[in-house]
Design a protein around this ligand. Structure first.
Ligand SMILES: O=c1ccn([C@@H]2O[C@H](COP(=O)(O)OP(=O)(O)O[C@H]3O[C@H](CO)[C@@H](O)[C@H](O)[C@H]3O)[C@@H](O)[C@H]2O)c(=O)[nH]1
Ligand SMILES: [Mn+2]
Length: 703
């Protein structure tokens, strides 16, 4: 209770003032002094994580409202899949229409799938006469683009088949072939030595090169060249890079954290922006002002220098209307995070967060920077690449507003290939003091913690309309596995060298409490399980498990319960939430406390004994809309041992109610006995109410 309340004592909302940023950084000639920015987006599998979502995110990034010559986008493909590569080629082509269209008509949001998904939107541009034609045209082009993306799934096997027949004598019968007639260096449809998941070469390809720094107007409408009139629109596209790191058996690839660290090094050698923003492949930019909003905090003259990252809330647009499985996490994103914002800043939640590059490299914040510059204790801290090491001081200049010229000559490509290898990090501090942190099921919380522990602060940036939107698992089993990863990962952090109790004095005392609460909470579940199983006493030995307690005890319990609920209510009013948001949160806590959190505890115990620990099981994404009935997956429960404890608790409570009623009838209880039994029944009913969404999910499967 105490751990939960202390971090809420000073909730703070900070609102970015974008017009002020424009005043300071926009130049009279239409140019801008805004700093350079690198955008990371990561994906693994073009089917499990529908490629259409990934490409939509990329389109929303390419079309966002940030000076086009001042940012570069890096797609990390952990699957090493030619589908992603060819899909990105198609996306780059379609962007040549989509991006100028967004600029011309001030379209929002700039992810075509959600833009075309809503029938009526107010027109924000100033060319209403041309809009209808352009809109219709673009919509057809987008449909064709989607068809081309889909076609890749058959085109690539066909192409490979054809090449395979030609090449049969050469022995390359099963290879996957690229459009240019060479063998794909990544994974093959039919896996082969050096071309399978976890065993393939590193690949890097600049899909769209750095644009010129001068605006470049498009062409007037003509049937073949440009279907739309872009003669008054800047048609430049920002830089776009495809990255697939090397993977070899025998190496731990460290999942997402490993992928992000490769992006960090590759981008340092190419654009080397002082700021970085990262996304999951299913999160797109919903508000094209988002990058500027984050910059307001980073460039703030007051304390901006000490900000390591600016975190945006995660919002989702595919959750069922009543949010049965608490996917929106409103209490966390609209209350807990604001509480932390008033201390040392919100935790990092994995996506939609802008970083200061040198903070990720392990630098001290200005506030704590000692006057004498510390000599590198470990000469191999960053690995062997001198080009990378030389890029560090350049990245430290947060005012830098011109992108370093990208060179792709022979030595540069060799160097790039080198920083993408598995062996590069051997003996370095990557994954520990440098970059995203390794060996935890949740790389996000621990990476944010490392920054706070070093004395950096973070900022929380909520805006309207929401900056980013993503997809959430609406299938109950998936949702529970996701929470299992989060809670197990949190506990792992608590029992690691990143334990908040071990941090030094740079961590704010209240922030320490917040992190302790955030990493320790799954253990509290053990008490909840006992509470849930109390009715067993009732079933077996006929006793009332609510005995007449001592009045002082009742007083303490009441004070705790009442204050807890009152604070909960104040919180929802203050944060603008609804009673339902709060109740969903309570419900899902109770559900997870029976099955998921104890399993997480078990994992961590097993891990400490050197047995199997938590793994980053990827969250299954919803199939692209239209493919199935919307929300059909709400009822799509997969059997998993994880569900059993919760089912047991439900059974115990149902049986307890039955037993009580049965006994009352057979033995004819006195009024006094009924009153006593009623207080017990109240608990049973309360527990069942808490488990209602779970029961619906399981029953739905049978129904
Ligand atoms: O080996 C891997 C595994 C995952 N990913 C990417 O990581 C992202 C997040 O994975 P997902 O399975 O979607 O996890 P979620 O449960 O949806 O993610 C939440 O929780 C994670 C931490 O557990 C955070 O990293 C995420 O940002 C946060 O959205 C996706 O873009 C993946 O493509 C990789 O790049 N490489
Ligand atoms: Mn996700």
């Amino acid at each position: 209770w105490w751990l939960n309340q202390v971090p809420k004592l000073n909730p703070t909302i900070c609102i970015p003032t974008i017009p002020l940023l424009r005043q300071q950084f926009d130049l009279p000639d239409g140019g801008s002094n805004l700093p350079v920015l690198d955008v990371f987006i990561s994906t693994v599998d073009p089917v499990e994580e529908p490629m259409l979502h990934t490409m939509n995110s990329i389109l929303s990034i390419l079309a966002t409202d940030y000076p086009v010559d001042k940012y570069a986008t890096y797609l990390s493909d952990d699957g090493g899949s030619l589908l992603h590569y060819d899909g990105l080629v198609e996306t780059a082509k379609f962007a040549a229409l989509w991006v100028p269209f967004c600029r011309k008509h001030h379209v929002e949001p700039r992810a075509p799938e959600s833009y075309f998904g809503v029938k009526i939107r107010p027109y924000m541009g100033n060319l209403p006469e041309e809009f209808l034609d352009d809109h219709g045209r673009l919509r057809r082009e987008y449909e064709e683009f989607k068809t081309r993306l889909d076609a890749l799934f058959t085109l690539i096997p066909q192409r490979s088949e054809a090449h395979g027949r030609e090449d049969a004598k050469g022995g390359g019968g099963k290879a996957t072939w690229m459009a240019d007639g060479t063998q794909w260096p990544g994974t093959w449809t039919e896996p082969a030595e050096g071309h399978r998941k976890g065993d393939h070469a590193g690949i890097i390809q600049v899909m769209l090169s750095q644009p010129s720094s001068e605006p470049q107007l498009g062409e007037p409408a003509s049937s073949d060249h440009s279907p739309l009139d872009f003669s008054a629109v800047d048609v430049r596209l920002p830089m776009l890079v495809y990255v697939s790191r090397e993977k070899r058996p025998g190496y731990d690839h460290q999942k997402k954290a490993g992928a992000l660290n490769v992006q960090l090094r590759v981008s340092a050698l190419l654009s080397n922006a002082p700021f970085i923003i990262n996304f999951d492949c299913d999160h797109y930019i919903n508000n094209s002002q988002a990058f500027r909003a984050a910059m307001c905090f980073m460039m703030d003259r007051r304390d901006g220098d000490n900000v390591a990252f600016v975190q945006f809330p995660q919002r989702f647009d595919d959750v069922d209307p009543t949010d049965r499985y608490a996917n929106h996490n409103r209490m966390f994103f609209d209350a807990t995070m604001l509480g932390m914002n008033g201390i040392q800043g919100p935790s990092y939640v994995g996506t939609g967060s802008m970083f200061r590059r040198v903070a990720l490299y392990g630098a001290d914040p200005p506030r704590w920077r000692p006057d004498d510059v510390k000599v590198l204790e470990n000469p191999n801290k960053f690995g062997k690449s001198m080009t990378f090491i030389n890029s560090i001081p350049v990245a430290a200049n947060q005012e830098r507003s011109v992108m370093s010229p990208v060179s792709l000559d022979e030595p540069a490509t060799t160097e790039l290939a080198d920083v993408m290898t598995c062996a590069y990090e051997d003996g370095t501090e990557w994954g520990d003091g440098v970059g995203w942190v390794y060996d935890m099921a949740t790389e996000d919380a621990v990476t944010g913690f490392r920054l706070h522990r070093t004395g950096w602060r973070s900022m929380y940036c909520d805006m309207e309309p929401p900056a980013f939107c993503g997809t959430a698992p609406i299938n109950m089993t998936e949702r529970m596995y996701q929470i299992l990863r989060w809670s197990g990962g949190s506990l792992e952090v608590f029992f690691s060298r990143f334990c908040p109790l071990l941090a030094g004095r740079r961590l704010h005392p209240m922030q320490r409490v917040a992190y302790t609460n955030m990493t320790f909470y799954p253990l509290s579940a053990l008490f909840v399980v006992c509470y849930h199983l109390l009715p067993l006493m009732w079933v077996f030995n006929g006793q009332f498990y609510i005995q007449k307690p001592y009045p002082t005890y009742v007083m303490y319990v009441l004070i705790i319960i009442v204050s807890n609920e009152v604070i909960g209510m104040v919180e929802i009013v203050w944060a603008g939430l609804t009673l339902l948001d709060w109740f969903r949160n309570e419900q899902f806590y109770m559900i997870c406390a029976t099955g998921v959190y104890p399993t997480a505890v078990l994992h961590v115990v097993l891990r400490s004994l050197g047995l199997k620990g938590m793994s980053f099981k990827m969250t299954a994404k919803q199939l692209a809309t239209g493919a199935r009935e919307r929300f059909a997956e709400l009822y799509d429960v997969q059997w998993a041992p994880l569900l059993i404890p919760t089912l047991v608790v439900i059974a115990v409570n149902v049986v307890a109610i039955g037993a009580a009623v049965g006994k009352a009838i057979t033995w004819g209880w006195s009024a006094g006995q009924v009153v006593e039994a009623a207080s017990g029944l109240m608990f049973n009913v309360w527990i069942l109410l808490m488990f209602y969404p779970f029961a619906l999910g399981v029953i739905g499967r049978w129904g």
